[in-house]
Design a protein around this ligand. Structure first.
Ligand code: PEP
Ligand code: MN
Length: 338
């Protein structure tokens, strides 16, 4: 149920609405806009369907939400999109943000040199994995906390805010010390205890779509984070598993306009994991921008043949520079900027 208050509703009236909702054993999430306040009623809709919510003073409208997600629904923001900040970079204000960096943080030289290259090319956020979710337990697992420290040093050197993957609830504190945004990876999209934990973090969260997750599954997972109080959430399409074997995954660009219509949360596309082949990353990045993405995330490496993970899909710095130039042209063609 979504309650929208009248523009002239007083603070007392809003509090009264919230008190009634709580009295009925439900939870109220209040979102204050310039003119109206939107109150999301969380709990079983059946139990409040009979209550005369529209009769409470100050209420303008009451809309039942038949969808299982509420806080992430576009209606919750009165049809508007949300803006999410990573450090001093805003995502969701119309300008396309490019995030980039290597798959894994490997050495100080590697991360600092790539950070400088991508910054020069126009990237606004630095990515790099310190804790890596690998299919094989014998593969490189990441540098852990040392990797976080190297990311923070690269931020110091370039001014680029840092996004990195959190794999375990016990790492939240150290992540908050070094990172500017938490990435929840595809493999953890339905790790509900991790989602609840990042939902209590002060950092923004980028939630990647699970490789076998539907769009609705992704939205429900995001709802976990918002329901703990963290509304600074980005959704990331990174490709799903299909019967196709030529590419690593199938980048589901359908998800972009669908998500933009369904939720107020900004949408990021990761064409690198989506296609998994260096030669096709740029085409899919351009397609993502044309489809309406708010940001893209692209892996870059200066010596991909030596990369400890995902070298075959990493762009070289000069290829990344070309990608950013072309992203700007597509952005302009669809009435955006980058
Ligand atoms: C990554 O960003 O390097 C990564 C592991 O992504 P995903 O969770 O989408 O596989
Ligand atoms: Mn990777």
């Amino acid at each position: 149920m979504i309650i929208v208050t009248k523009p002239e509703a007083t603070e007392e009236q809003i509090q009264h609405i919230v008190d009634r909702i709580v009295e009925w054993g439900l939870k109220a999430e209040v979102s204050r806009g310039a003119l109206r306040t939107v109150i999301g009623v969380i709990g079983s809709e059946d139990s409040i369907r009979e209550k005369p919510l529209a009769a409470i003073p100050g209420v303008e409208s009451v809309t039942p939400v038949l969808k299982p997600y509420k806080l992430v629904s576009r209606e919750f923001r009165g049809g508007n999109g949300s803006k999410v900040k990573i450090g001093n970079v805003t995502i969701g204000n119309g300008e396309i943000v490019v995030m980039s960096g290597p798959c894994s943080v490997e050495t100080k030289d590697q991360i600092t040199s790539i950070a400088n290259d991508i910054k020069k090319a126009g990237a606004k956020v630095l990515r790099g994995g310190a804790f890596k979710p690998r299919t094989s337990p014998y593969a490189f697992q990441g540098l852990g906390v040392d990797g976080l420290k190297l990311l923070a040093e690269a931020r110091e050197a370039t001014g680029l805010p840092v996004i990195t993957e959190i794999m375990d609830t016990k790492h939240l504190e150290v992540m908050e010390q070094y990172a500017d945004c938490l990435q929840v990876g595809a493999r953890n999209m339905q790790n509900f205890s991790l989602l609840k934990e990042v939902g209590r973090s002060k950092l923004p969260v980028m939630l990647k779509r699970g490789m076998s997750a539907t769009i609705k599954d992704l939205l429900m997972s995001a709802e976990y984070i918002l329901s703990e109080g963290n509304f600074n959430v980005l959704l990331c399409e990174r490709g799903i598993r299909t019967f196709e074997t030529y590419t690593r995954n199938t980048l589901d660009l359908n998800a972009v306009p669908v998500l933009k219509a369904e939720t107020h949360l900004p949408v990021v596309v990761d064409p690198t994991h989506g296609v998994g082949l260096r030669d096709h990353v740029t085409s899919m990045a351009l397609a993502a921008v044309a489809a309406g993405a708010d940001a893209i995330m692209v892996e870059v490496h200066n010596s991909p043949e030596l990369a400890k993970s995902d070298g075959e899909q990493a762009l070289l710095p000069n290829e990344f520079e070309d990608l950013v130039q072309r992203v700007r042209k597509v952005a302009e063609a669809v009435g955006r900027s980058a």
